[in-house]
Design a protein around this ligand. Structure first.
Ligand SMILES: *Cc1c(COP(=O)(O)O)cnc(C)c1O
Length: 418
C-alpha cells in the first residue's frame, strides 16, 4: 500500500512533552510558552513522558507510516497537527560505500545523505519543527544568522507558515544560498564578518525589530527536528546503531540531537547493542571543539580567524559547546580536525569511487574517517556512518576542460585517455 505523503500531517496525536529543561542547570520551565535561552543563558532541552511514548507507539506501528520525519510525531513537540509546516521532509537514504569500506578497512561504511531534504540540507528538519512550533506559539517574525543552508530553510518554512523572516550571513556565503533564501521570501543581508557577528545583529535587533531569534540552540525546537536523523538511522539499521558516527560539527545541533534521541530510545528499550561513538568533525581552520576536547575543557574558547572551504562548519563559537563535548565524551568518541586539502581529496574520492557527491562538510567526515582509521582511532571491524548534511550541488566544483568542435572530425581515440 502506498500512503499519501501528507498522511502523517493530518492525524491528530497528543504530544508527550512534559517540560523544558535548562541544558546547564537542569531547571524546568513550562513548555507551552515561547522560550529562547534558559534563565542561565543556556540551551533549553525538551523532555518527554517516554513511558507514554512507548505505550502509544510500537516499532510495528511506526513501520507502517509514510516515510517522512513526521512519522516520529510522538518524539516531537508539536501539539496540533494543524501547526505543522511541511515541504515533504522525506526520510533520507543510508547509502553503502562498500568500495571505500574495503579500501580503508572498515567493517562497513555508509553515508546518510541529507542532501535529499527540502532546501537541500538537513537544516530543513530543524526548521520544519522550529517554524511549526513558532506558528503554534503565535510568532509572526523570525530572524537568524546563517552560514547558508539554515537561512534558506528558515525562508522556505516561514514563507509557508505566513511568518516574516530576516536572515544575516557572512559576505562570502555561497551565492546560491543567498539567492535561494531571498527567492523563498526572506529578507537577507550580507555582513562583513563571521556567523557570530551575524548572530550579534540578530540578538541586538530583538527589541527594535520584534523578531524571534531562531539561532542554533537559542530556541528549543530546531534540535528536536534534527534529532529525527538519529531516529531514522536507528530505524533504518534495525534498531542496532553503528559503532561510530562521524558528524560535521558547526553549532553541533545534529550531534547533540542524535545523542539526545539515542538516550530517549534507550530509555524505552528500543535499541539493541552498544551505543555508537560520536565523532565531532571540524576543519583545521576552525576547530574550537577539537581544541577543547584535546585540552580536556568543558567549554570551547572562541576560534580566532576562522577559515575553511566548508561554510556549515565555520562556527568559531557554539553556544552548545558543552553539550557537544559532553556527547562526544559520554559516547567514548572524539573530536578531530581535517585540512581543507583533505576535504577536497575526500570529496573527489567519494564522488569518483562511489558516485556520491558530498558537500564540503560531508566530505570532511570522510576525510576524518580516513585519518582516524590511519591513526588507529577506529578499528578494522567498525561499522561507520558518515553524515553528508547538504547537497554537494550548492558548492563550487573543480572546473572541466573537455570540449568538442562539431565542425571538425571527432577524435574518438583521444577519449580513451584520461
Ligand atoms: C549547518 C550545517 C552543518 C553543521 O551542523 P550543526 O548541526 O549545526 O553542527 C554541517 N553541514 C552542513 C551542510 C550544514 O548546513
Amino acid at each position: 500500500m502506498i500512503l499519501p505523503c501528507n498522511a502523517n500531517l493530518t492525524e491528530e496525536r497528543p504530544t508527550f512533552v512534559t517540560h523544558l529543561e535548562c541544558g546547564g542547570t537542569g531547571d524546568r520551565v513550562d513548555p507551552d510558552r515561547l522560550h529562547g535561552l534558559s534563565a542561565a543563558g543556556k540551551p533549553l532541552l525538551v523532555r518527554y513522558d517516554l513511558d507514554g511514548v512507548a505505550r502509544a507507539l510500537s516499532k510495528e506501528r511506526l513501520a507502517r507510516r509514510p516515510a517522512d520525519m513526521w512519522r516520529y510525531r510522538e518524539f516531537l513537540p508539536v501539539r496540533h497537527a494543524a501547526s505543522i509546516v511541511s515541504l515533504g521532509e522525506t526520510m533520507t537514504p543510508l547509502i553503502p560505500a562498500s568500495r571505500l569500506a574495503a579500501r580503508h578497512g572498515a567493517g562497513a561504511l555508509w553515508v546518510k545523505d541529507e542532501g535529499r531534504l527540502p532546501t537541500g540540507s538537513f537544516k530543513a528538519r530543524g526548521l520544519a519543527v522550529a517554524v511549526s512550533m513558532a506558528r503554534e506559539l503565535g510568532v509572526t517574525r523570525m530572524a537568524m544568522p546563517t552560514a547558508g543552508n539554515a537561512g534558506a530553510a528558515l525562508a522556505a518554512y516561514c514563507t509557508r507558515a505566513g511568518i516574516e523572516s530576516f536572515v544575516f550571513c557572512p559576505d562570502d556565503t555561497p551565492e546560491v544560498n543567498v539567492r535561494e533564501t531571498a527567492l523563498q521570501g526572506a529578507r537577507i543581508w550580507r555582513v562583513n564578518g563571521l556567523i557570530n557577528d551575524c548572530g550579534r545583529i540578530v540578538g541586538e535587533g530583538k527589541e527594535a525589530m520584534g523578531w524571534f531569534d531562531a539561532s542554533t540552540l537559542k530556541e528549543p525546537y530546531r534540535i528536536e527536528g534534527k534529532k529525527t536523523m538519529g531516529l531514522e538511522l536507528a530505524e533504518q539499521m534495525g534498531w542496532r546503531l553503528p559503532d561510530v558516527i562521524f558528524y560535521p560539527t558547526g553549532g553541533g545541533t545534529g550531534l547533540i540531537g542524535m545523542w539526545k534521541v539515542f538516550a530517549e530510545l534507550r530509555a524505552i528499550g528500543w535499541l539493541e547493542g552498544e551505543m555508537p561513538r560520536m565523532v565531532a568533525v571540524q576543519a583545521e581552520g576552525c576547530a574550537p571543539i577539537v581544541r577543547a576536547y584535546e585540552t580536556g575543557a568543558d567549554h570551547a574558547e572562541p576560534w580566532e580567524g576562522a577559515h575553511t572551504i566548508a561554510p556549515g562548519i565555520r562556527v568559531p563559537a557554539a553556544i552548545g559547546d558543552f553539550l557537544i563535548l559532553k556527547a562526544v565524551r559520554e559516547s567514548s568518541g572524539f573530536a578531530i580536525a581535517v585540512t581543507d586539502a583533505a576535504i577536497e581529496e575526500a570529496q573527489r574520492e567519494m564522488a569518483g569511487a562511489e558516485g556520491l557527491l558530498m558537500g564540503p562538510e560531508g566530505a570532511a567526515t570522510h576525510a576524518a574517517f580516513i585519518k582516524a582509521r590511519k591513526e588507529g582511532r577506529i578499528g578494522a571491524g567498525d561499522r561507520v556512518v558518515l553524515f553528508n548534511c547538504g547537497t554537494g550541488l550548492k558548492y563550487p566544483m573543480p572546473s572541466v576542460s573537455g570540449a568538442i568542435d562539431r565542425h571538425k572530425p571527432v577524435d574518438y581515440a583521444a577519449m580513451n585517455s584520461g
